[in-house]
Design a protein around this ligand. Structure first.
Ligand code: FAD
Length: 473
């Protein structure tokens, strides 16, 4: 009798060509380990289709063989969502060969991209048309638009433009039986029943494989100002955020909070990183953009900072005087995740809270965590303008990082942090998703009825449970 594994591999090879069915350990390796090196799995094969028709045929072949699929884009996810399980009985479907920009429509202000186009590729295609795709993440050179939609990615311009969910008008998806659901419409108004495309946004590949998307474009930024402010405490950062919103209105695009410790890590692992306002516990990185040529914007930002200094909510401030200086300030912020990876494993939390409750949360969390893990170090930064903090814990001095991130410590830290978050009406995942990392915590913290509805949707769209099993639910 034919070996069912060999039969499936032969069918997959006939769809995508043998060069795109990877089975050698060296080829499969990078696809079965996550970006942080935290999750390691195994796979029957990594399959790389190049078109929607090929994705459809690959999914049909896997569905017939009852072999589960793990969709994968740039593999930059931070919760183990794109990593197969250790059982080795799953097929990774990598979308990286689907990298065509199908259309740019400047009059409709839309761009249609295949799932495997990197976020930087989408941004640059929009720029070439004189427009802007405003989603922006530190991983944008590697992450894909399919992955961005599957995780409902956030990033540094959510304050002004929203998450990936707010930036998508249409989507093309391959369902669990291989059928193609074509919702790739470029409409800003379409009230014809349920908005099905949004089901697949943030679903982390558990409901379908995104193969293409119609994205919203905006006017390009013609004037940009970047400023850094030094702050004594987080409460001041919140007062400063409110002040900056009032002074700059819609021009305020990004407002990032960074602790001095997080910036120190960035400098340690990326020599040459600037440190223009040394010696303060907290910093806010502020981005103001205008789609018009506005020579007055730098002055408006300066006077906004001056008023904040006068009111005592900011201790010191500087405005980047060149594009290179602005880029260096942003690099200091963007490099924190990479610096943390180089520093060694840590316990990560990606939380959202009502902005007003953040100082109280930080005080209580620090007290409770310091009692549970004496000497623990806090690496706190994030998109304060969106109420989103990356609240990460590093091992106390003298404790090996690997020992510190042991499952028992992870569970204990997550409970402390997430209980405080839940008590304040927050979310245990602001932008990274659930994946494998927070599956247990989702089950513990989500309302039973919400979970039940999620399970029913999953069962309706993927009755055999072959799409990214064991992720989210
Ligand atoms: C340095 C760094 C900085 C980051 N900063 C941010 C940030 O500011 N904001 C933020 O939101 N995230 C951030 N991330 C996390 C990550 O980059 C995002 O989650 C990104 O959207 C993942 O895209 P990807 O293509 O790498 O997806 P992958 O990691 O390959 O996959 C992520 C999830 O999406 C699913 N998936 C991937 N492609 C598809 C598809 N075509 N169809 C269906 N499912 C699919 C996978 O199964 C998995 O569950 C950062 C990561 C790094 C490494």
């Amino acid at each position: 009798m034919a070996d069912p594994g060999a039969t499936l591999l032969a069918r997959l090879r006939s769809v995508v060509g043998s060069g795109n069915v990877l089975t050698a350990a060296a080829d499969v390796g990078p696809h079965v380990t996550d970006w942080r090196g935290r999750y390691r799995g195994a796979a029957v094969a990594v399959v790389r289709p190049a078109s929607t028709a090929e994705v459809s045929a690959v999914v049909s072949a896997c569905a017939d063989a009852r072999v589960p699929i793990v969709p994968q884009g740039g593999n930059t996810g931070l919760v183990g969502g794109a990593t197969p399980h250790a059982s080795g009985d799953e097929v990774v479907v990598s979308l990286v060969r689907m990298r065509r920009i199908r259309a740019v429509d400047p009059d409709n202000a839309t761009l249609t991209a295949e799932a495997g186009v990197t976020l930087a590729g989408v941004q640059s295609a929009a720029r070439e048309a004189g427009l802007r795709f405003p989603l922006s993440l530190a991983s944008e050179g590697s992450c894909t638009i399919g992955g961005n939609l599957a995780t409902n990615a956030g990033g540094t311009a959510v304050l002004r433009y929203g998450n990936a969910r707010d930036l998508v008008l249409g989507i093309e998806v391959v369902l669990a039986d291989g059928s193609v659901l074509d919702l790739a419409r470029g409409l800003r108004k379409d009230n014809t029943g349920y908005d099905l495309k949004q089901l697949f946004v943030g679903a982390e590949g558990t409901l379908g494989i995104v193969t293409a998307a119609v994205l919203k474009l905006y006017a390009a930024a013609r004037t940009q100002v970047t400023a850094l402010a030094a702050l004594a405490r987080v409460g001041d950062a919140i007062a400063f955020l409110r002040h900056a919103k009032q002074a700059l209105g819609d021009r305020l695009v990004g407002f990032e909070l960074v602790s001095d410790h997080a910036l120190a890590l960035s400098r340690k692992h990326h020599p040459g990183t600037p440190y223009p306002l040394p010696g303060h516990p907290w910093y806010a990185l502020v981005q103001a953009d205008d789609s018009a040529e506005d020579p007055g914007l730098p002055d408006r930002v300066e006077s906004m900072l001056g008023a904040a200094l006068e009111r005592g909510i900011v201790r010191d401030a500087t405005v980047a005087s060149s594009v290179a200086q602005a880029a260096a300030l942003w690099a200091a912020r963007d490099n924190i995740s990479e610096a943390q990876r180089r520093e060694g494993p840590n316990l990560k939390h990606d939380i959202a809270l009502p902005v007003s409750s953040i100082p109280g949360f930080l005080d209580t969390a620090e007290r409770e965590l310091a009692a549970a893990f004496p000497g623990v170090r806090f690496v706190v930064f994030g998109h304060l303008g969106d109420g989103n903090l990356h609240y990460n814990l590093s091992a106390p001095p003298g404790t090996a990082a690997e020992a510190f991130v042991a499952p028992a410590n992870l569970e204990r830290a997550q409970r402390i942090v997430h209980d405080l978050v839940a008590a304040r009406g927050g979310s245990i995942s602001a932008e990274h998703g659930i994946g494998q990392l927070k599956r247990g915590e989702l089950a513990r913290t989500k309302a039973p009825l919400e979970l039940e509805i999620m399970r029913r949707i999953k069962a309706a769209l993927d009755p055999a449970g072959i799409l990214n099993p064991g992720k989210i639910l």
